[in-house]
Design a protein around this ligand. Structure first.
Ligand code: WT7
Length: 633
């Protein structure tokens, strides 16, 4: 079994060991898994290119570790609980044996439909068990999954399908979220009409059963395709460094990039971090409320928990349906022990009143977690008091799509806790702060740019199809360091607090967004000359999206113009990227070399116009007054 740290002293000891001899430390963790062939070398790396290989030449299949390995010891234990959107509908459970059989059937279904090792399979699905089953089925036969959050638009989906040349798309007919029934297959049809030539087959899972158009020879129903498939399927032997999945995420420039994770290191790290951060004990029920369309769902709904032999829950719905007590109702109903959610959900529920959690018995809860964005003190305190009865530990877990697993976090009930601080790095994670020149900032009570100076097993290997971009974005800013894009502060005791992104990436309700992406969408409007998008503090979302737009002609009906802009963003990216505020301006503050002064725009958007700094050196200093005057409250 993967090591589980039990005390602060042990953490300190293990951390020191992991830094002194990382290879020895990770080899010890890796040995607790099932390998078809052992590795010849633990680590082979060079950050410059970058080239990172963990458990070199080791052979394995991650699903043998998620499923087969548990059959003997816990075949009848619940592996997966699925709670539907509609609480009056029956929930479903799968034991480890049942999940194993379903994954094998789905794997055989994929094979029968031409999927082979190395093929890319795109997922565009709501939170239904078939998503988890099919993701694992891909991993079982060595196909690469690329899950796209089902809130993205057809355009965004098409971009991702094309970038990875996916051979298959797996989707649902509809997505039932709250009171809505959202067409999913229709979005896939629209995306595929945009020249996704690589796609040969679409497997459609019948979720709500409403009328769905099927294209002959391309589309097949899941229930038909899986009929008669055998309940066993030999797992394909994978190299440690074979690709397990691609997951797209936004950066400060250009289109979203496909972050690549590989089999061996990701397996070892997600299991280790899961067990230690959440202090999962045999028999506990663990619930992460994230969507599998994001990394949190990959690592801490599917892989980490199943590798650890846990009972993991998936929830199809939303926190406010049928009412704002839904999360707490589910905690009571399934006797949830570890609950992991995002600050934006906490803030939204907090705003709806303290009485909601009071209706329910939350005594099963042992650990509370948060992830995705900095948590503000008020939300932290509410979480602690109203959900944690003032006593439960909160783990504030900092990590990224690129890190694959949790990097900085307390270990529940073990590490010291401080509101709004993620805390100490996990064993094996060598974080540091650097200044703008790349010099490491030593000592405590300091602030700087957050970097990681030594490889960890679940780190990004490349950006799919564009290795140079990976080098440039993450490994070129500072020599021999991975740059996170976040700023952080280290307090007197060495605990870390994440301040937020220092690049042009914003975090809206825990969803990561590139401001350039939103600008590109806005600029598609025929009446837009130029735009600039920045984030501003938002009570519920953490950050809201503020767009400054220069039109090329006088706007007669501003409300209609704003509506059109929002529709374009929804079309190009999805509703999650819709600007909260749009301000029409005649110009944007620029430097003499023509660069937009985002710093000034950010200040104006956040209503902080007192400390704009020196604007006299701008190309067009007069514009600042106009922008300030028209700023949206
Ligand atoms: C960015 C990564 C990793 C799961 C979900 C987000 C921010 C993430 C925290 C936290 C403060 C956090 C960072 C990071 N972030 N967790 N606990 N405290 N900020 O993954 O979409 O790749 O976004 O989210 O800014 O860089 P992601």
């Amino acid at each position: 079994m993967t090591q589980q740290i039990k005390s602060l002293e042990e953490y300190k000891k293990v951390y020191a060991e992991s830094v002194e001899n990382p290879e020895k430390f990770w080899a010890k963790q890796a040995k607790t898994f099932t390998w078809r062939k052992p590795w010849t070398k633990v680590l082979d790396y060079e950050f410059k290119s970058p080239k990172v290989k963990w458990f070199v030449k080791g052979k394995l299949n991650i699903t043998e570790n998620c499923l087969d390995r548990h059959l003997e010891s816990r075949g009848d234990q619940t592996a997966l609980i699925w709670e539907p959107n509609d609480p009056s509908q029956a929930y479903r459970t799968y034991t480890y044996r049942e999940l194993y059989e379903e994954v094998c059937r789905a794997a055989n279904m994929l094979k029968a439909n031409g999927i082979k090792k190395g093929d890319r399979v795109c997922f565009y699905m709501p939170m239904v068990p078939e998503l988890t089953i099919a993701v694992l089925a891909c991993a079982r036969i060595g196909a690469i999954h690329s899950v796209v959050f089902a809130g993205f638009s057809a355009n965004a989906l098409a971009d991702r399908i094309k970038d990875a040349s996916c051979k298959m798309v797996i989707c649902s007919d509809y997505n039932s979220r709250g009171a809505k029934n959202i067409p999913v297959k229709k979005v896939v049809d629209d995306a595929l009409a945009m020249g996704c030539d690589s796609v040969e087959t679409v497997i459609v899972h019948k979720n709500t059963g409403e009328k769905t158009a099927m294209k002959r020879r391309r589309d097949i129903w899941w229930h038909k395709a899986i009929e008669g498939q055998r309940k066993t399927c030999r797992a394909t032997q994978m190299d440690s460094e074979d690709i397990l999945f691609i997951l797209y995420t936004s950066g400060s420039t250009g289109k979203p990039k496909g972050v690549v994770h590989t089999c061996g290191g990701y397996m070892v790290y997600t299991c280790f971090s899961f067990k230690n951060v959440f202090q999962y004990k045999e028999g506990d029920v663990y619930w992460c409320t994230a969507d599998i369309g994001w990394i949190t769902g990959h690592s801490y709904i599917i892989y980490g928990p199943l590798l650890a032999g846990a009972t993991t829950m998936m929830f199809e719905g939303v926190p406010t349906f049928p009412d704002a007590g839904r999360f707490w109702h589910i905690c009571e109903k399934h006797r949830v022990n570890q609950f992991y959610t995002a600050p934006t959900a906490i803030r939204a529920l907090m705003a709806l009143g303290d009485h909601w959690p009071k209706h329910y018995d939350l005594n099963s809860l042992k650990v509370l977690g948060t992830v995705g964005e900095p948590i503000n003190e008020e939300a932290w305190n509410w979480y602690k008091k109203e959900i944690g009865k003032g006593t439960l530990p909160i783990v504030d877990t900092w990590w990224q799509t690129e890190t694959g697993g949790i990097m900085i976090s307390g270990l529940a009930g073990i590490s010291p806790e401080k509101a709004t601080f993620a805390g100490y790095p996990l064993p094996g994670v060598q974080v540091c702060l650097v200044n703008a020149d790349g010099k490491e900032i030593r000592g405590n009570g300091k602030e700087g740019l957050l970097c990681i100076k030594f490889p960890w097993p679940s780190m990004i290997r490349t950006t799919y199809g564009d290795h140079e971009r990976c080098r440039q974005v993450y490994f070129s800013a500072f020599e021999d360091k991975y740059f996170t894009g976040d700023g952080a502060r280290r307090d007197r005791k060495g605990m870390y607090r994440i301040i937020g992104r220092v690049d042009d990436v914003i975090n809206v309700s825990g969803h990561r967004m590139g401001t350039a992406e939103v600008e590109n969408a806005i600029n598609e409007h025929e009446n837009v000359v130029e735009s600039a998008v920045v984030g501003y503090p938002h009570d519920i979302k953490g950050q809201g999206i503020y767009a400054y737009v220069i039109p090329n002609a006088k706007i007669k009906n501003e409300a209609a113009f704003q509506k059109e802009l929002r529709a374009i963003v929804t079309r190009e990216i999805g509703p999650i990227a819709k600007p909260d505020k749009i301000q029409v301006v005649s110009g944007l503050p620029k430097t003499r070399s023509g660069k937009i002064m985002r710093r000034i725009l950010r200040k104006i958007a956040s209503g902080d116009t007192k400390n704009l700094g020196d604007v006299s050196t701008l190309l067009n200093p007069e514009i600042v007054k106009e922008v300030m005057k028209g700023a949206k409250k």
